[in-house]
Design a protein. Structure first.
Length: 331
């Protein structure tokens, strides 16, 4: 889809066709639209198609009077399992004829330009690009705050009941922070190269706007790193808690198994080749070995149970021997 916009006074209006000093917004264009825009503007077709690759890295390119800046933009994808965060490349190209933006999906910052929430001029391409980069950095900060809120909400749910679904959601947020961190670092390199563009350091208006872009970008990088480190530590802590819970459950099951084995062992004595009380006229006093085995088994089982529940009780009474201090005689 291709749309044409041009500034009329202070307003950004949509045009029916291409005009000089206009802004061409291209969202997932096909080959025919790319060829048409390339023919009208003189921008190489491969430069227009650069951002149509999802794996395209953030970079700058200058060729035949055309300047291209590819930056990564945050994208919120809605699904039944919840919102997920990722990034997509977006190319901003300009020459003496027009400004071109190319992306696979619609961009929130560009929509704010179209709706008039941010005042931009198609007559000032450098100011237009800096305004977009500033809005893109603020969009990263907004998404990072949303991720932090979701992380806190999931943590409160995990404290009540720990389920696999919450752990998976935290893992998805951690992956999103990794994507954001990589994209912000790549965008920072593009911002540094933008300093060489003509007029950025000579015009006060552009200089102030460029410094705002650098400040917001660095703030987004620092915020992303903080959230990523916090979430990484949190995931490690939850992993330790899950491991401890599993070990505690196995310990309890082992103790229950041993305790349930006691009646099984006693019942097995009736099948042994020894006198059993009250069987075939055997009296109580004629079964001494039987009761000796019973008592020994119970004591052994009780000892094992105490050892497994409270640990080795004998270690508490053992204290290391203190070494005798010897006063050194001064010679």
């Amino acid at each position: 889809m291709v749309k044409y916009f041009k500034t009329n006074g202070t307003l950004l209006e949509q045009c029916d066709k291409f005009d000089a000093r206009c802004w061409i917004d291209m969202v997932n264009p096909d080959d025919g639209e790319c060829e048409e825009v390339s023919r009208l503007t003189g921008v190489p077709e491969d430069m227009i198609k650069a951002a149509l690759d999802e794996e395209e890295r953030a970079r700058t390119e200058f060729d035949d009077g055309c300047s291209m800046f590819v930056v990564d933009c945050p994208i919120i994808e809605e699904s039944d399992d919840g919102d997920s965060y990722t990034t997509l490349p977006l190319a901003v190209i300009y020459n003496e004829v027009c400004i071109i933006t190319v992306c696979l999906k619609g961009n929130t910052v560009l929509k704010s330009f179209i709706l008039g929430r941010e005042q931009v001029s198609t007559q000032k391409p450098v100011h237009f690009i800096l305004s977009f980069m500033l809005g893109n950095a603020k969009r990263f900060l907004y998404c990072l705050k949303q991720i932090d809120r979701k992380t806190r909400r999931i943590q409160s749910e995990i404290e009540k009941t720990m389920r696999n679904s919450e752990i998976i959601r935290l893992l998805d947020l951690q992956n999103s922070l990794v994507y954001f961190s990589t994209s912000l670092t790549s965008n920072e390199r593009v911002h540094e190269k933008f300093d060489k563009v003509e007029g950025v350091r000579t015009r006060e208006e552009l200089t102030d706007l460029y410094e705002d872009v650098i400040i917001e970008s660095k703030q987004a990088i620092e915020t992303c790193n903080i959230y990523k480190n916090i979430l990484s530590v949190t995931m490690d802590a939850y992993g330790s808690v899950i491991s401890n819970n599993a070990n505690d459950s196995m310990r309890k099951l082992t103790i229950i198994t041993i305790l349930l084995a006691i009646p099984t062992m006693i019942a097995g004595f009736w099948g042994m080749n020894m006198p059993v009380p009250f069987e075939n006229g055997v009296t109580f006093f004629q079964t001494g070995w039987f009761w000796l085995v019973i008592v020994g088994t119970v004591l052994l089982t009780a000892g094992i149970a105490v050892f497994m529940i409270k640990g080795n009780p004998f270690k508490k009474g053992i204290r290391p021997k203190r070494k005798k201090r010897r006063d050194k005689k001064e010679k």
